[in-house]
Design a protein around this ligand. Structure first.
Ligand code: XMP
Length: 510
C-alpha cells in the first residue's frame, strides 16, 4: 500500500485545497474525479476523503459512490461528502431553507478520534444548503452547531467520518489538526511525501522514459517551464535542448535574465535562442482586436516551434511543465499520459509533433514547484516571480501593439515593480504592472502643454488568479509610482490606478 490518500472529487471548489493541505503535512494525494472511482484501484490508498460539491444527494444524477468498494478503508466525508455518507448508509439529509455560509461555532459531543486533542468548541467554516437530519445506524453524532444537529458524525468501528464544515480552509480553527488526525491516526499514514524524494523519482522517471532519445523543451522564463528544463537536464544532460523564443513582448531586461538562468541550467550550447521580435511585431502591425492578437502570437509561436524542431531535430520527446490540476482536469489523473494541452505559455501548439510528452511536474501543485525550484538552487526572482501571460505585453497594450506603446508599458511596469519592491510589497501581491492604450490626456512639462499617453497601474492580490482584489496601496507608494512614471517615461502625461476587482473585471486588461 502506498503512503497516500485518495481525494474523491464531487465537483467542490475546495477539492484541490484538501489535497494540497494533506500534502503540506507530508502525505501524498491523488485527486480522483468521482466518475473514475469505479476504474480506480483504491486498495493502494490508506484512506479516502470525499470532497464537497454543489449537488444535493436527492437530485437526479447526483454524484455517488459505491460504499462497498471502499469497505475496510477509512473514509472522511466533507460537506457534500458528509451528506453522501449519511444518505448512502441509511440516514436522512434535509434541504435547508437558507444556506448556512460562513463562520459558525462547533460544539463537540463525543470524543471521536477525528477531534482528538481539540477543545470542546471552536469556530469552523460552513458553506452548504443541505444538512444531515438523521444519522445512519452504527454512527454517533460527534459535533453540532446551532443549525446543524449532526455537523460531524462517526462510526469508529468502520473508521467512517463525516464533517459538514470545511477543515481544509484557513477560517476553520484546528482544521489542519483534524486532517492530521485522519491521515495519521486513523489511516496510519507515515508522512513520507517529500520534495527531495520527488526530485529523485522525477529524474529517474525521465531517464527511463527518454532512454537514448533527444528532448526539446520550450522555456518561457516562467517557473514551470524552467523547473521542467532543470529536471530534464539532470536526467539527460546535453540531449536536452531548450528553446527560448523572444517574441518582443517581454518585460524590461527579461530576455537577458531568462538567458542567464538557462545558461546556468543547461549551458550555452544547449540553448536555442530565437530573437523573433521583429517577426512578431510585423505580424501584429495594425491589429487591435485582443483575440486576434492572441491568435497571431500562438500561430507564430507554433510556426517557429515547427521550424526549430526540424532544423535542430529529430527530437523524440517534448518536455512540458504541465501541473497536477491540469492533469486532473484532462481526466488522465490515474494512469495513462496527458494529452498535449494548448498551453497558454506556448500559445496553441499543434497537437501532433510526433514527439512523446515528458511532464516531470505532472504530480505537483504550483506551491510545490516553487519548493522544488528553491531546493534546486534556482534564483529567488524566479521562485517568487509573478505570473506573466504567454502573449506577454500584447495583452497589456490596449489596441495596436506599437514600438512606442511597448516601450512605455515596459518602462512604466519596471517602475511599478521597483517601487513595490522598495516598499516591501512586491512579493505580497499576485501581479503588478502598467497598462497603456491609445487614450491621450493633456500634460504640462515645463511651460509647454502637450498630449501624452494615459498609463494605468494595476496591482492585484489573489490566491489562484480565479478571483482577485485590487490592492489598496498606501497613497505614498501610489504617489511615488505616479510621479516617477509621468516624469521618467517619455510621452506619458497621466497615471491612473485600476480599482476594479475580479469579477467583474479580469486581471489583464485584454
Ligand atoms: P485574467 O486576465 O483572465 O487572468 O483575469 C487570470 C490569470 O491568467 C493570466 N493570463 C494568461 N496567462 N496566457 C497566459 O499564460 C494568457 O493568454 C493569459 N491571459 C491571462 C493572467 O496574467 C492572470 O494571472
Amino acid at each position: 500500500m502506498e503512503d497516500a490518500i485518495a481525494v474523491v472529487d464531487f465537483g467542490g471548489q475546495y477539492t484541490h485545497l484538501i489535497s494540497r493541505r494533506i500534502r503540506s503535512i507530508g502525505v501524498k494525494t491523488h485527486v480522483i474525479p468521482h466518475k473514475m472511482l469505479p476504474q480506480t484501484d483504491i486498495s493502494i490508498y490508506r484512506g479516502v476523503v470525499f470532497s464537497g460539491g454543489p449537488a444535493s444527494v436527492y437530485e437526479n444524477n447526483a454524484p455517488t459512490v459505491d460504499m462497498e468498494k471502499l469497505r475496510g478503508k477509512p473514509v472522511l466525508g466533507i460537506c457534500y461528502g458528509h451528506q453522501l455518507i449519511a444518505y448512502l448508509l441509511g440516514g436522512e439529509v434535509r434541504r435547508e431553507r437558507a444556506r448556512e455560509y460562513g463562520r459558525t461555532e462547533l460544539f463537540l459531543k463525543h470524543g471521536c478520534r477525528l477531534f482528538r486533542g481539540l477543545p470542546d468548541r471552536f469556530m469552523v467554516w460552513m458553506s452548504h444548503g443541505d444538512h444531515v437530519e438523521k444519522i445512519p445506524q452504527g454512527f454517533e453524532t460527534a459535533a453540532s452547531t446551532t443549525t446543524s444537529p449532526h455537523a460531524a458524525i462517526c462510526n469508529e468501528e468502520r473508521n467512517i467520518y463525516g464533517v459538514q464544515f470545511h477543515p481544509e480552509v484557513a477560517h476553520t480553527e484546528h482544521g489542519l489538526k483534524i486532517l492530521q488526525n485522519f491521515v495519521f491516526d486513523i489511516c496510519g499514514c507515515r508522512g513520507s511525501w517529500r520534495m527531495e524524494d520527488y526530485l529523485e523519482k522525477a529524474v529517474a522517471e525521465v531517464v527511463n522514459l527518454v532512454g537514448e532519445g533527444r528532448v526539446l523543451c520550450a522555456v518561457s522564463g516562467g517557473i514551470d517551464s524552467t523547473v521542467t528544463a532543470a529536471i530534464v537536464s539532470r536526467a539527460v544532460g546535453k540531449r536536452l535542448k531548450c528553446l527560448f523564443v523572444n517574441h518582443g513582448l517581454m518585460r524590461k531586461n527579461e530576455p537577458e535574465k531568462v538567458l542567464e538562468i538557462l545558461r546556468k541550467i543547461v549551458g550555452e550550447e544547449n540553448i536555442i535562442y530565437i530573437d523573433a521580435s521583429k517577426r512578431f511585431l510585423d505580424r501584429l502591425r495594425g491589429v487591435a482586436d485582443p483575440e486576434e492578437k492572441r491568435r497571431i502570437i500562438g500561430h507564430e509561436f507554433a510556426a517557429i516551434f515547427e521550424e526549430v524542431s526540424k532544423a535542430y531535430g529529430p527530437f523524440t520527446h517534448l518536455a512540458q511543465g504541465t501541473l497536477y490540476p491540469d492533469v486532473v482536469e484532462s481526466g488522465k489523473s490515474v494512469g495513462g499520459s496527458a494529452v498535449i494541452k494548448t498551453h497558454h505559455n506556448v500559445g496553441g501548439m499543434p497537437q501532433d509533433f510526433g514527439m512523446k510528452l515528458v511532464e516531470p511536474l505532472r504530480e505537483l501543485y504550483k506551491d510545490e514547484v516553487r519548493q522544488l525550484a528553491e531546493m534546486m538552487g534556482l534564483p529567488r526572482w524566479l521562485v517568487k516571480r509573478h505570473p506573466f501571460p504567454g502573449p506577454g505585453l500584447a495583452v497589456r497594450i490596449i489596441g495596436e501593439v506599437t514600438e512606442e506603446k511597448l516601450e512605455i508599458c515596459r518602462e512604466a511596469s519596471a517602475i511599478v515593480e521597483e517601487e513595490l519592491e522598495k516598499a516591501g510589497l512586491l512579493e505580497e501581491v499576485w501581479q503588478a504592472f502598467a497598462v497603456v492604450g491609445d487614450d491621450k490626456a493633456t500634460g504640462v512639462k515645463g511651460d509647454r502643454r502637450s498630449l501624452g499617453y494615459i498609463v494605468t497601474v494595476r496591482v492585484v492580490s489573489s490566491v489562484d488568479g480565479m478571483t482577485a482584489d485590487y490592492v489598496k496601496l498606501p497613497y505614498t507608494v501610489l504617489d511615488k509610482i505616479a510621479s516617477r512614471i509621468a516624469n521618467e517615461v517619455d510621452k506619458v502625461s497621466w497615471v491612473t490606478y485600476a480599482v476594479s476587482s475580479k469579477p467583474p473585471a479580469t486581471i489583464e486588461p485584454q
